[in-house]
Design a protein around this ligand. Structure first.
Ligand SMILES: Cc1ncc(COP(=O)(O)O)c(C=O)c1O
Length: 378
């Protein structure tokens, strides 16, 4: 069995969707020491990370990384603002909190944004994958659309959108394809390198097992070209400024140096442990273990099996169990779970399996969850 995770017996296991638990090696990277980001050692680190990201994720060498100090939302903002030319529009595919956030980012920057979303109430909208034919119709209806942006794995529910089929339609319409893969980069089944993504948003601290504080874009040639054409929309989260600096082996603003060290170690570990295929297999195995336990406990997963991510399960709360009670009972037993979002908060909770988790603690989850459900019942 894949041996992973070094959370000691006394440390809580994080079953939230990030920041994810990290290995001792990644945590210890913070102690590499102080470093000025204007010194050649930082340039070397930056170059190593920029090259390692597409390599680890098996993207072609034509993809360039743009690193940013900031959480995943910084990468989303950099991607949205950098992908639409002046006077052109964006199409946002939205079936969860993160699709809605992409729409809010576009509108905050005054970019005309059209939304494609499933019909129905919030529960229906958030549990229905985006149908590629809706994208085809919207692109025909809005010829000024310059970029289509989609969340691959909607962490709101644990739902995977069909980005490959959507990408084919976007390419046919000659629009740019931007994908928020923040909770799927390097850990979900689909080989994203195969999808025709022009700009991908990722983060250090979910499937890559780095620390929070650094996120990134992976840009194909069309993405790089578009970033150069997009007007100046903001300064800190500006992809053109970061890309131009990083091509000169510099960063425009003070970076989170020690978090870069941690990402360096996390990527080395990722590769040494067998790379993308091994990480995907690990997450698949984790999903099988925890979901067999959910089944035996009678817990129902919200998203239908064909659309389920391996890393996030949204579960219905049983009768007479509230989330705060269940959270606290599980915390007492060494597991940190996560609430449902939006309208799902009252009746659902989430169990996620990102990051370093000792396998035996995952196998022991069923027993702890069963006991916590009993103790939490009013
Ligand atoms: C799919 C997706 N996009 C974007 C984000 C935003 O990332 P952050 O909270 O790091 O800003 C998240 C966070 O969970 C996410 O899951």
């Amino acid at each position: 069995m894949y041996s992973d995770g070094e959370a000691g017996a006394g440390s809580p296991v994080l079953l939230n969707p990030g920041p994810a638990g990290t290995s001792e090696r990644v945590k210890n990277a913070l102690l590499r020491g102080d470093l000025c980001h204007r010194e050649p050692e930082f340039s070397e680190l930056l170059n190593r990370l920029r090259a390692a990201l597409p390599r680890a994720l098996e993207f072609p060498e034509t993809y360039e990384s743009v690193l940013i100090t900031g959480s995943g939302t910084a990468a989303m903002e950099m991607a949205v603002t950098g992908s639409v030319r002046a006077g052109r529009e964006i199409l946002v595919l939205s079936n969860g909190v993160y699709g809605e956030r992409l729409l809010a980012i576009a509108r905050a920057h005054g970019i005309t944004a059209h939304e494609v979303a499933p019909d129905g109430d919030q529960l229906e909208r958030w549990t229905t994958p985006i149908d590629p034919t809706w994208v085809e119709s919207a692109l025909a209806a809005y010829p000024e659309v310059d970029a289509v942006v989609c969340v691959h794995h909607e962490t709101t529910t644990g739902l995977i959108n069909p980005v490959r089929a959507i990408g084919e339609i976007v390419a046919r319409h000659r629009a740019l394809f931007v994908v928020d893969a923040i909770s799927s980069t390097g850990n979900e089944e689909l080989d994203l390198a195969d999808v025709g993504i022009d700009i991908l948003c990722g983060t250090a601290n979910k499937g890559l097992h780095g620390l929070p504080g650094i996120s990134f874009l992976l840009c194909g040639p069309a993405g790089v070209a578009r970033i150069a054409e997009a007007p100046m929309r903001g300064l800190y989260n500006n992809a053109a400024i970061h890309l131009a600096g990083q091509r000169r082996c510099e960063v425009p603003f003070t970076p989170a140096v020690q978090i870069c060290y941690a990402l360096d170690e996390a990527l080395a570990e990722y590769t040494e442990r067998g790379g993308r295929r091994a990480r995907v297999a690990l997450y698949r195995e984790r999903a099988a273990v925890v979901r067999a336990g959910f089944d035996r406990l009678g817990l129902k997963i919200l998203v239908d099996p064909p659309h389920r991510a391996n890393s996030v399960s949204t579960l219905r709360l049983p009768e007479r169990v509230t989330y705060p009670r269940l959270h606290d009972e599980l915390a007492k037993r060494g597991y940190i779970i996560y609430a449902g979002q939006g309208g799902l908060a009252a009746g659902h909770f989430r169990i996620c399996t990102f990051g370093e988790i000792p396998f035996e603690r995952l196998e022991a989850l069923e027993f702890a969850l069963g006991a916590a459900l009993l103790a939490a019942r009013d």
